[in-house]
Write a new protein. Structure first.
Length: 263
């Protein structure tokens, strides 16, 4: 496959992944959404279906990595790092496009949510923000639609949680479902991987929101920082390194395990 196919495929696929995955987070979170309050099960299954749709769409072009940790693991497995820039560039751009489309689709709901006094406070909202603990104030009221954050801020635990979740995901990708070219997920692999993502969300998603994908977290976080959302609050940049570094470490460990135990 050509460099342009890789870049285009990853851009399209990751945009779909974030549009549908971020979309379910918006649906569950935002005021005036018909799905508001649907809960963690809806989010976990929504992200699984997002993975399934994105992989089916982009696999013919790029092999549907859709995740820098998966791309890194495959590069380590095959000892070939030549296409990392095309994959990672497409994944980050696609994630930003997908997050922007979530904002477009839920534009009215974002406005209603972020101008509701019960959510962002009344005239004294600024004083309320100052009274909130620093770690809570760092993340605005809709940041969870765009990116992840911990329930308990402990950098070591949060990092290990992301490493463990990504290790499970990437090892599952490496040990099944690779297409004939060996560079991405085939049809059966797409279904299995989607179910693995649901399983990770239900079992390991509680502590950090299971980013398990650097582009999925960083791209939408950048969009959150740039969008003209009223009362949006901070983008929690002090935490942003964990859902990037953790998944990359997890992917690299998974590749090492694969090369030792399965290759």
């Amino acid at each position: 496959m050509s460099s342009s196919d890789i870049f285009i495929g990853e851009t399209i696929g990751t945009a779909i992944l974030i549009l549908l995955g971020g979309g379910v987070c918006a649906a569950v979170t935002l005021k005036a959404s018909k799905a508001r309050g649907a809960g963690w099960l809806a989010i976990a299954f929504g992200w699984g279906f997002a993975v399934l749709t994105a992989v089916y769409t982009s696999a013919p072009l790029s092999g549907a990595h859709l995740n820098p940790a998966v791309t890194l693991a495959l590069a380590i497995k095959d000892h070939d790092f030549s296409t990392l820039p095309e994959y990672w560039g497409g994944q980050l751009l696609g994630a930003m496009i997908g997050a922007t489309l979530v904002w477009v689709a839920y534009y009215g709901q974002f406005h209603a949510h972020l101008t509701d006094r019960e959510i962002v406070g009344g005239p004294g909202a600024q004083d309320t923000v100052k009274a909130v603990e620093a770690e809570e104030a760092a993340a605005g009221p809709v940041l969870g639609i765009f990116s992840t954050g911990p329930e308990i801020r402990n950098a070591v635990q949060n990092l290990l949680t992301e490493i463990i979740g990504t290790l499970v995901l990437v090892l599952a990708v490496l040990t099944q479902g690779l297409n004939d070219k060996g560079n991405g997920l085939g049809v059966l692999g797409a279904l299995i991987t989607a179910l693995v993502v649901v399983g990770i969300g239900l079992s390991l998603g509680g502590p950090t929101g299971y980013a398990i994908n650097p582009a999925r977290d960083l791209g939408p976080r950048i969009v959150h920082a740039l969008l003209p959302l009223p009362n949006k609050g901070g983008s929690d940049w002090s935490y942003a390194w964990i859902p990037v570094v953790g998944p990359l470490i997890g992917g690299a460990i998974a590749a090492g395990i694969y090369n030792v135990a399965f290759a």
